[in-house]
Design a protein around this ligand. Sequence first.
Ligand SMILES: [Zn+2]
Ligand SMILES: [Zn+2]
Length: 109
Amino acid sequence: MEEKRFRKNDNSFVCQNCKKTVEPLGYSSRNHCPFCLCSVHIDINPGDRACECQGLMIPKRVETDAKKGFIIIHECTKCGEIKRNRAAHEAKVQPDDIKLLIKLTAGDN
Ligand SMILES: [Zn+2]
Ligand SMILES: [Zn+2]
């Protein structure tokens, strides 16, 4: 028996912010909406769904990493926690909005 170390929790969900239906990613846990990049504060560790906050997490900005690509910095609107999430702009199904990612990379100026 092989034990899975990475907990996969890849279900479709309705975005709390834009109300669009988000399909499963297929290869990893999708943790944010590809249309508005918002997330929900439900994980303590990726995919564990162990957090009781349930607050809406909005993308504050996006960083670029040479290895990981785009990293979305999410801030919880309820408790203020900051989380870093890898963008899924290369997903086959509903990839993250690349224009929005680039816009957030540039900042507010
Ligand atoms: Zn959304
Ligand atoms: Zn929170």
